[in-house]
Structure formats: structure tokens, C-alpha cells
Design a protein around this ligand. Structure first.
Ligand code: SAM
Ligand code: SF4
Length: 339
């Protein structure tokens, strides 16, 4: 590949990982992501079509993109999603496709997604207590998610990876039960710190249950955990994956900690994003976007769209600045960006 045509920013970070939001719609209303009521969703014609998404990916591949993750909103509410997975998995150069889902529709879709070529699935579940689940999501659906997880297991996704956002004053009591789940079943639980991406700008630093505190609570309950070493003795997260993985000292069970706020991993970030309405974003917390839908629909050649991607990455800032007084929450909440 032509080294000049890679997605490298001013800080030398090489971007090979594209996160694609396929919709801003969702069937639940997590308080840290969406408003409770009256959400204004994008009209259908404003969403990138599957053909447009495929084209974006093909162009991205020429610039070094080889990993994709589909997200949203809730990606499974996008009609015919397995068709998109199938099309993307056949693009030469794409080594890996993942999907993040709230699990509500997995009972019907786990098998078709697997058949379409999906191999990596993350299911978001913040609580093992149905009442806490309801407080977080502002909807019923706990049993539905559990059924979805079971369907994913049956479809062959292994291990099951759960994402659990941790929020002080709400989910402390869920940490130990998740520890048991990680130890007793084929499940990796990844705890994520609460980030300032909620729709109501209610995020407060003191509601961030930090990775260090989560680790402390787990160690109090289960004894020491140790960072998981990959072959060659390095920590398993490859320095680019945000999760630091740990295993319980007896080797039974594994958890991940994603310390996005308390220990930002911006220095090794390899991701960029395209929103459901076709805006490139070089960071979750970015205040600038590049409209590639206009280019896609306006007859732009591939080279022009490639240049827009290169420019977007070239403009990437050093880090998210949450821990500085300069920080300003982005206008788009998480559901409208794509987590
Ligand atoms: N609807 C899908 C889901 O919930 O898995 C995919 C989209 S969701 C925006 C992607 C991930 O972002 C989920 O794991 C969710 O918990 C996480 N997330 C959303 N808002 C967040 C926030 N403010 N802080 C930390 N994680 C957040
Ligand atoms: Fe929906 Fe996912 Fe946002 Fe929850 S985190 S409201 S499931 S998009």
C-alpha cells in the first residue's frame, strides 16, 4: 500500500478501524446515551444506504481500513442488517467485522448474522438486576436481552462479550454479580466508564465509577486479578484495544476494563467513525465533521472521498480533553454518533 495514502494523523497514529453507525434509532432509552422522550430520529432518506456504506468501506480499504464495527443507535433495528454484514464481509481487505448491540433483537437475528459472516459480537448489558436494568434503559426488556444472549451463544458466538457501563450511585452492586458471571460462564465482561455523551448533558465526573475502583471491588470480592499477558509477555490488549484484560488469579474467568475517562487511550487510538447520516468523525468527542453523504450523492469520484477521509484524520486532535477545563461536550449524543 502506498504509505502516503494511509490514514495517519499528525501524531503518527495509523487508523485502520472504522466504526459505522447504521441507524440512530433504538428500541430502549439508556439515560447516558439518549433523551427519555421525544427523540428526533433521522428520516430514512438521510441514512446512508447499504450501497453507500459499501462504497465508503471499499474506499477506506484503499487507505488501510481492515477492521469494521457496526453500531448505532441500535444496529439490529436497521432492516436487513445481515445483508449488509454479508456484503461487507466479502470486501477484499476486510479482515474483521464486529457488531455492538443491546441484544433486544438477538433472539431473531443472532443466527442470520452469524450466517452472514459476523464473528465478533458485543452485547451491552449494564445490570444483572432487572430493576437496575430498567433504571438505566428506561424500558422493560431485561428478559429479552437474556434470551438474546442465549441465542447468540447457540448461534456460535464464543466467548460472549458483554459491555457494562458503570455509573456511580447506580451500578456498584452489579460488579460482583458480573464477576460471578465471568467466572461461571463463557462470558467476558467489559466494564466501561461513563463518558460525557448523554443527551441531556447531565454527566458529572463524580458519577464515573472508575476502572481502578471496579478492579478494587472485584479484588475485594474474588481476590487478586492479574493483567492478561498475550504471547510474548505483552498485555493482551494490543495497546490499541481500549480494554485492559484481567483474569482472576485462579485462571477462571476474565474481565476487561475500559478506562476511557480516568486513563484515556487516545495516544494509541486507531479508530474513526461514520455516522448514520454520513458524517465522518475522527473522535467521539470531536466538534467537527466531514459530510461525505453529500459527496456520495453528488457524484464525487472515489479519489475525492478518499481525500475527505485523509483530511478528516489529518485534522484529528491529540486527545479528548475530558480531564481539562477546556472540555466541551459534543453536540451529538452517543446514539447520534455511534458508539
Ligand atoms: N445500541 C447498541 C448498544 O447499546 O450496544 C450500540 C450502540 S451504543 C451507543 C454502543 C456502546 O456505547 C454501548 O455499549 C453503550 O453502553 C455505550 N455507551 C453509550 N453511551 C455511553 C456513555 N455515555 N458512556 C459510556 N458508554 C456509553
Ligand atoms: Fe440504545 Fe445503545 Fe444508546 Fe442504549 S446505548 S440507548 S441501547 S443506542
Amino acid at each position: 500500500m502506498d504509505q502516503q495514502r494511509r490514514l495517519v494523523d499528525r501524531f503518527g497514529r495509523v487508523h485502520n478501524n472504522l466504526r459505522i453507525s447504521v441507524t440512530d434509532r433504538c428500541n430502549i432509552r439508556c439515560f447516558y446515551c439518549m433523551p427519555a422522550e421525544d427523540v428526533q430520529f433521522l428520516p430514512k432518506q438521510q441514512l446512508l444506504t447499504f450501497e453507500e456504506i459499501e462504497r465508503v468501506v471499499r474506499i477506506g480499504v484503499t487507505l488501510g481500513i481492515d477492521r469494521l464495527r457496526l453500531t448505532g443507535g441500535e444496529p439490529l433495528v436497521r432492516r436487513d442488517l445481515p445483508l449488509l454484514v454479508s456484503a461487507l464481509s466479502q470486501i477484499p481487505g476486510i479482515a474483521d467485522i464486529g457488531l455492538t448491540t443491546n441484544g433486544m433483537l438477538l433472539s431473531e437475528l443472532a443466527q442470520p448474522l452469524r450466517q452472514a459472516g459476523l464473528r465478533r459480537l458485543n452485547i451491552s448489558l449494564d445490570a444483572l438486576d432487572p430493576e437496575v436494568f430498567r433504571r438505566v434503559t428506561r424500558r422493560d426488556g431485561y428478559e429479552q436481552v437474556l434470551a438474546g444472549i442465549e441465542a447468540a451463544r447457540k448461534a456460535g458466538f464464543s466467548p460472549i462479550k458483554l459491555n457494562a457501563v458503570s455509573v456511580r450511585g447506580l451500578t456498584e452492586d452489579q460488579i460482583e454479580p458480573f464477576g460471578h458471571l465471568a467466572r461461571d460462564t463463557d462470558t467476558v465482561v467489559r466494564f466501561i466508564e461513563f463518558m460525557p455523551l448523554d443527551a441531556d448533558s447531565q454527566w458529572q465526573r463524580d458519577r464515573v465509577l472508575t476502572a481502578a475502583e471496579i478492579l478494587q471491588r472485584l479484588e475485594h470480592a474474588f481476590g487478586p486479578l492479574r493483567p492478561v499477558a498475550a504471547e510474548g509477555g505483552q498485555v493482551a490488549s494490543d495497546g490499541k484495544a481500549p480494554a485492559e484484560d484481567y483474569e482472576f488469579v485462579d485462571g477462571r474467568g476474565r474481565i476487561g476494563l475500559i478506562a476511557s475517562v480516568s486513563q484515556p487511550f487516545c495516544a494509541s487510538c486507531n479508530r474513526f467513525r461514520v455516522t448514520a447520516d454520513g458524517r465522518l468523525r475522527n473522535c467521539l468527542f470531536s466538534h467537527e465533521e466531514t459530510d461525505i453523504r453529500e459527496l456520495l450523492r453528488g457524484g464525487a469520484e472515489d479519489a475525492v472521498i478518499a481525500q475527505a477521509m485523509l483530511d478528516c484524520i489529518a485534522a484529528k486532535g491529540e486527545g479528548h480533553e475530558i480531564n481539562t477545563s477546556r472540555f466541551l461536550q459534543p453536540l451529538r449524543p452517543m446514539y447520534a454518533i455511534g458508539g
